[in-house]
Design a protein around this ligand. Structure first.
Ligand SMILES: C[S@@+](CC[C@H](N)C(=O)[O-])C[C@H]1O[C@@H](n2cnc3c(N)ncnc32)[C@H](O)[C@@H]1O
Length: 230
């Protein structure tokens, strides 16, 4: 049987997301502002980052530059990342979502807190070497097959400042095999699979935590904080 990630098709994913409303409800698959998900998500992320603070001291003369990967309409930047970072860049390949960032991020843009917006897929994105204090990947890495994801992590490592951190916040399957979702052409990986891929990319897991307070019918969500091993 073929590996679940061999079914991933980038164009199918773009088509799927392009047809979804450019709203919080849209990017969260129907779990938008009428549900507990956006609020619990932000609370969980803030809590996770606060606990990591002593291990995320910026290197001398470094600004806290963040990058929001698979950013959708900029929800994570608007509601959470901007509170931790001086400036945030965003990576998002879906045109209507990138357009909506003008609205969602208007006041942050005006305040000079938004850096570059890269309107490309993460498989095509190479970060500027040594730029980032924090690279935040949330609910998007399932769009890359395993090999591409390891290659992406390797590029992200090069994009980190000294003492920079990568955070991955994703659904976990409890099954032994990854779950392929043909609607949005993505896979949901197990905790073990994530750990294997981090190791292959030379990333050390410095902290991990399960997101609390999400509806029971959803996949469990886990945050992983990672630093380069070398
Ligand atoms: C579930 S939404 C999450 C959006 C955002 N991270 C959030 O939490 O609000 C998944 C996002 O991944 C984006 N995406 C799909 N394929 C991608 C790719 N190859 N590279 C980067 N982002 C991708 C989609 O366009 C969509 O914005």
């Amino acid at each position: 049987m073929s590996k679940p990630d061999s079914n991933i098709n980038y164009e199918d994913a773009i088509d799927y997301w392009t047809a979804v409303p450019a709203t919080v409800d849209g990017v969260l698959g129907g779990y938008g502002e009428g549900t507990t998900v956006p609020v619990m998500d932000v609370l969980g992320s803030n809590h996770f980052l606060r606990k990591l603070k002593s291990r995320m001291i910026p290197a001398d003369n470094c600004q806290k530059i963040g990058c929001d990967i698979g950013a959708g309409i900029g929800r994570v930047t608007r509601d959470m990342l901007h509170k931790h970072c001086d400036v945030v860049d965003l990576v998002e390949p879906v045109v209507p979502f990138v357009k909506q960032m003008d609205v969602e991020l208007a006041s942050l843009k005006e305040a000079g807190r938004i850096g570059h917006i890269f309107d490309i897929g993460m498989q095509e994105w190479t970060p500027e070497a040594g730029r980032y204090w924090l690279i935040w990947c949330q609910w998007c890495v399932g769009h890359l097959p395993d090999e591409e994801l390891v290659a992406f992590f390797l590029r992200c490592k090069e994009g980190l400042q000294p003492n920079g951190t990568i955070v991955v916040k994703e659904n976990n399957t409890q099954a032994l095999e990854d779950d392929f979702d043909e609607d949005d052409s993505s896979v949901t990986r197990s905790d073990d699979k994530f750990k294997e891929l981090f190791q292959r990319a030379g990333l050390k897991l410095i902290a991990t935590e399960r997101q609390k307070g999400l509806p029971k019918e959803l996949y469990p969500v886990r945050m992983y904080a990672l630093k380069p091993l070398d």
